[in-house]
Design a protein around this ligand. Structure first.
Ligand code: 5SP
Ligand code: FE2
Length: 223
């Protein structure tokens, strides 16, 4: 079964804990935390202090998506704050092998993220070192953008690369996932679905989580 990772980028920051509790009670497995530095992407968001404040309030897997330059300088702070999974961008990590090894050595799961234009071969040789491959289906920086369908073949390719090597890393898809796009990404091979605006912009957060899960379970076989 696919896992859901609500992205708090679209949550109500004035009532962040309420929103986090709602998605957890609705059954979300991961809490997706988008960290942006104003350099790698043109936006600034959340730092380790927010992760630390939320940590005692939730049992969800804290899934930290680092959209920052020099991620090696900040990984330790996010680990100490309570991250369970840290994902770094292949485009931002100068020594990808080193940073992934460092994350895992600290007992935290390691992920690698690819922007829409980055080819899957960029991560081929580090696949045995990752617990998750994040495929961006929007250009990173903002919530609420339109899904880029040209990434679908890349999801299939990464699924094949993992299967051929007998690796069981998760494939996470991030950006524009909603009731219209969820079936296609699951059918292509995604196992963790990030959804921000489709969940937190809804008047009924719990029902939005349930409806995305139901649509994912239908798996697109009828479309
Ligand atoms: O990493 C990012 C954006 O850079 C995402 O995690 C967004 O927060 C997803 O938002 P939606 O496209 O689901 O609204
Ligand atoms: Fe993200």
């Amino acid at each position: 079964m696919v896992k859901l990772a609500p992205s708090i980028l679209s949550a109500n920051f004035a009532a962040l804990l309420d929103d986090v509790i709602q998605v957890e009670e609705a059954g979300a497995e991961y809490l997706h935390i988008d960290v942006m530095d104003g350099h790698f992407v043109p936006n600034i968001t959340i730092g380790p202090l927010v992760v630390k404040a939320l940590r005692p309030q939730s049992r969800m897997c804290f899934d930290v998506h680092l959209m920052i330059e020099n991620p090696e300088l900040y990984v330790e702070q996010f680990i100490n704050a309570g991250a369970d999974l840290i994902t770094v961008h292949v485009e931002a990590a100068r020594h990808l092998h080193r940073i992934l090894s460092m994350i895992r050595e600290k007992g935290v799961r390691a992920g690698v993220a690819l922007n829409p234009a980055t080819p899957p071969g960029a991560v081929e040789y580090i696949l045995p070192l990752v617990d998750l491959v994040l495929l961006m289906t929007v250009n990173p920086g903002f919530g609420g953008q339109a899904f880029i369908p040209e990434v679908l073949p890349k999801i299939r390719t990464v699924r094949q690369m993992l299967d051929e090597r007998g690796l069981n890393a998760e494939i996470q898809v991030d950006g524009g996932v909603n009731l219209d796009t969820v079936a296609a990404v699951v059918r292509a091979g995604a196992s963790v679905l990030v959804a921000g605006s489709a969940i937190f912009d809804s008047a009924d957060i719990a029902s939005a989580v349930r409806r995305i899960r139901e649509a994912a379970a239908m798996d697109g076989s009828d479309s």
